[in-house]
Design a binder for this molecule. Structure first.
Ligand code: NOJ
Length: 514
């Protein structure tokens, strides 16, 4: 059963890391007014939806994934009113905005945690997961210990300053492990529903949900977490039926059953995503092998089809920039793939101009190795790259120091630039139902070493053969029906013969077939 808001079927997302996008008040850090100012740019690129990384009050030990107030925009980004204005302006342009919901943990500075640390019982005693004694750690989890009057260790979810909220245990097996329907676990769930309702009522269109699959503990098959999200979905269906949920889960059979509309293909776990873009010999670099990816992708696709969509990102704030391994014409090929696959594509800010991973940066806000992928957006060739008027030493992450760093203005003026190719590809995708998010896919060549990737995309009225050949040899792909219009071509044109489409080395084609 398909149950998605209409706009998702043709959505192309742009991920914004708010601190690095556009600074309008000269303090060296991006803000919400900056994002609003740049909405026409994003729309012009062809993207019609945004995922914004967390923008709530936080001590920023993990770039805002350590929330200290779910109801308040962090002052460095502006005000709640600024965010409401962003929603309204986006809607005027026909765009939608997803916020980043972090339901699994808070900052250790969150008032709920400060109360939960107290030795005397209070409303928040069971908001987090505590063992009964500071000497007992929760098996299999990291913990915070010895920081409170309360005698216990508190489970953490990611960094040690991110205590895990209590949604209960699927199979409790210690006295301190509460079941999912315990009073404390249900109170946490309701508190998160309140947060969602608050922002949805202000005009946000839904959420990308951080670590969505790990809320319920001792839940190996995900059954408890699925049930929890089903309950959240029923709540939303009643009050905000149009609210979109996208999960950071990476297991569409579970996330979609839980009521998510879409799930991400993750860069960790079994997906083989990195084989394509980020490994020693990535497929789009020309020497790699995409076959393990295709096999895994099809497994997920078959599980999600008809119900949900799998989203393939160009990158994100947690992984190396695409340009660290793929550049030039090969980057265009990678985008031809990303923008011709089913599921909503996600473009990470700056990838459209091939922004580089900035090497050797000291970690900022818990970024560590991720910091190099989070540097300020490069809008133009000015000293501050059009990101900020602040002096360089005030930039919260330094700009790419390379004098030839790419920028939006120069690339827009260059017909052969990456950004213009990305724009063209989005236009073609959005004009053809078969290429959009819900069109079907059937692979005819799996990109095994030395071979191209080739697949048919289809909708009720249309079939399009996509062939991407980053290798150094031409390759004959079987053509099952007659060839029609060549919708897109990068590099040399394919030679279309009786029953074959010979794709030249280093080229891409989208061929309508009849
Ligand atoms: C996934 C987020 O994408 C990442 O940036 C964050 O550090 C962890 N979850 C913890 O919230």
């Amino acid at each position: 059963m398909k149950n998605r808001p209409e706009w998702l079927s043709n959505a192309v997302f742009y991920e914004i890391y708010p601190q690095s996008f556009k600074d309008t008040d000269g303090d060296g850090i991006g803000n919400i007014k900056g994002i609003t100012e740049k909405l026409p740019y994003i729309r012009d690129l062809g993207c019609n939806a945004i995922w914004m990384n967390p923008c709530f009050d936080s001590p920023f030990g993990d770039a805002g994934y350590d929330v200290s107030d779910y109801y308040k925009v962090a002052p460095r980004y502006g005000t709640n009113e600024d965010l409401e204005e962003l929603f309204a302006e986006a809607h005027k342009l026909g765009m939608h905005v997803l916020l980043d919901l972090v339901p699994g943990h808070t900052s250790w500075k969150h008032p709920w945690f400060l109360q939960s640390m107290k030795a005397t019982a209070n409303e928040y005693t069971d908001r987090y997961i505590w063992t009964d004694s500071v000497w007992e750690e929760a098996p299999g989890y990291g913990s915070l210990r010895g920081i409170s009057d309360r005698d216990g260790s508190c489970i953490v979810n990611f960094f040690t300053h991110q205590p895990a909220l209590n949604y209960g245990f699927y199979k409790p097996n210690r006295p301190w492990q509460q079941p999912m329907d315990s009073k404390g676990a249900l109170a946490t769930r309701n508190a998160m529903k309140d947060v969602m309702a608050f922002w949805l009522s202000k005009g946000c269109d839904g959420f990308r949900v951080d670590m969505a699959g790990s809320l319920v503990k001792n839940d190996e098959d995900g059954k408890g977490t699925i049930a929890l999200w089903q309950d959240v979905r029923s709540f939303l269906n009643e009050k905000f039926p149009e609210a979109v949920l996208v999960s950071e889960w990476g297991e569409p059979d579970k996330s979609i059953e839980g009521g998510f509309h879409m799930d991400f293909l993750l860069h960790f776990g079994p997906s083989h995503y990195n084989d394509l873009f980020r490994c020693e010999k990535p497929f789009f670099g020309g020497e790699g092998d995409a076959s393990a990816f295709v096999e895994k992708y099809l497994e997920s696709y078959n599980k999600a089809t008809g119900n949900g969509l799998i989203c393939i990102p160009s990158g994100n704030h947690d992984m190396d920039r695409l340009a660290r391994t793929i550049s030039g014409e090969h980057a265009k090929m990678a985008f031809a793939f990303l923008l011709s696959m089913p599921g909503a594509p996600f473009l990470y800010y700056g990838d459209e101009i091939g922004m580089r991973y900035v090497e050797n940066l000291t970690s900022v806000e818990g970024g560590y190795g991720r910091t190099g992928s989070r540097s300020p957006m490069q809008w133009d060739a000015s000293v501050g790259a059009g990101f900020s008027e602040a002096p360089a030493e005030k930039f919260y992450i330094p700009l790419d120091p390379d004098s030839k760093r790419p920028n939006v203005e120069a690339q827009l003026a260059d017909r052969n630039s990456l950004i213009n190719e990305v724009k063209k590809l989005i236009r073609i995708r959005q004009a053809h139902e078969a290429l959009r998010n819900e069109g079907g896919i059937r692979f005819v060549c799996d990109g095994a070493k030395g071979k191209p990737l080739a697949y048919y995309r289809s909708s009720a009225g249309e079939q399009i053969l996509v062939v991407i050949n980053p290798t150094v040899e031409a390759y004959p792909v079987p053509l099952e029906t007659g060839a029609g219009e060549l919708l897109y071509c990068l590099g040399n044109k394919p030679a279309i013969g009786e029953g074959t489409c010979v794709i030249p080395a280093g080229s891409v084609c989208f061929l309508k077939v009849c």
